[in-house]
Write a protein that binds this ligand. Structure first.
Ligand SMILES: Nc1ncnc2c1ncn2[C@@H]1O[C@H](COP(=O)(O)OP(=O)(O)O)[C@@H](O)[C@H]1O
Ligand SMILES: [Mg+2]
Length: 326
């Protein structure tokens, strides 16, 4: 068998110059990679190159799938991979059937590698044998069961890898996958999120025009590559918002409210959350500040902040209130 394939050499041969964000994905060896970036970031391009590299890797045999919510979307990465190899390495393409969504490549070790395009809207098409890799595009438009019931098991036997791609949306299944790849939560996962303009080929001015046409939330998700809406899970670091803390926090003279380095919400001097999760899902805290003066009764100042309003709501009877963001 020939030596292991070098991705940089292959990319050069294919005329592909990955941008800085794409390089991180190509370098990662995590078995589960999650790419949650703005539209036109270059997610599909990155996946096409990963598919090409996997198909050319020297080994006896290899089977990979590109999966998307609809047939048209599934074709995108499949066909781009096929046309990239047909253009630059036609002699290695043994079979290309757009109708069957099947591409057979003679890899660098002389073995046969197969890529198949699959659609998630027909789960019976997802029945099959063990996979060496799965590239799952537009994940936010897919049901979680596509992964949990149809794909993940197929990767077990051959220790296959998966690459998940999507522009982020709310706190859905894709968010859960993304979260596992952050801060070392799951050693098998690595995830990245970055805005559309990380792709140097895109014109920033054109993206800025879109800002005016979209709601702030839509722009944040589609172009800034951010997950929107309130995170239903407590923060890993401060454990807030929490049902187990009181709805009011007593701040003594000289004490200060801190900020959690992970989620940015208010914490006490020991870094624990002071933010209350209410039964209706909202989060807030009322901070009561005591200011004692020698020989005089303590003054009490109130301040209140609501997480869903992303800013302090202040009530301050009798003096300046303490500004607290939850
Ligand atoms: N590294 C790159 N070099 C040159 N062009 C790129 C690169 N990455 C992406 N592109 C181009 O940017 C555009 C958007 O890429 P695409 O992969 O379709 O983005 P996404 O899937 O994130 O929406 C395409 O025209 C693609 O050819
Ligand atoms: Mg795409």
């Amino acid at each position: 068998m020939a030596k292991k394939l070098s991705k940089p050499e292959l990319f050069e041969a294919l005329g592909y110059k990955p941008h800085a964000g794409q390089i991180l994905v190509h370098r990662s060896t995590a078995p589960r990679r999650v790419l949650a970036c703005g539209v036109r970031w270059g997610k599909s391009t990155c996946a096409v190159m990963e598919a090409a590299a996997a198909l050319l890797q020297p080994r006896e045999a290899c089977l990979g799938w590109t999966v998307a919510p609809t047939l048209d979307l599934a074709r995108l990465i499949f066909q781009r991979t096929a046309s990239t190899l047909l253009r630059k390495m036609r002699h290695r393409v043994k079979l290309y059937s757009p109708r069957e969504q099947r591409l057979v490549v003679v890899n660098l070790g002389g073995g046969l590698s197969v890529l198949e395009g699959k659609t998630a809207d027909n789960p019976t098409s997802l029945l099959g044998e063990s996979l060496d890799f799965a590239i799952v595009d537009e994940v936010v438009r897919m049901r979680e069961s596509v992964w949990t019931e149809h794909l993940s098991q197929r990767l077990l036997d051959r220790r296959g890898w998966a690459l998940f791609l999507s522009t982020p949306r709310g706190r859905d299944f894709f968010w859960k996958l993304f979260r596992r790849g952050q801060n070392g939560r799951d050693k098998d996962f690595e995830s990245w999120s970055s805005p559309s303009w990380a792709n140097p080929m895109l014109d920033r001015a054109v993206i800025e025009e879109e800002r005016g046409r979209l709601t702030a939330e839509a722009f944040a998700s589609q172009y800034e590559g951010q997950f929107t809406g309130e995170d239903p899970d407590p923060c890993d670091v401060c454990h807030g918002p929490s049902r187990d803390v009181p709805a009011t926090f007593l701040l003594r003279e000289g004490e200060a409210i801190g900020r959690c380095a992970e989620c940015g919400r208010s914490v006490d001097a020991r870094g624990r959350t002071i933010v209350k999760r209410h039964s209706n899902g909202t989060a807030s805290v009322v901070v009561i500040e005591l200011r004692e003066r020698r020989g005089e009764p303590a003054e009490v100042h109130f301040s209140e902040a609501a997480a869903d309003q992303r800013g302090p709501v202040l009530t301050a009877p009798g003096g300046p209130a303490l500004e607290v963001d939850v």
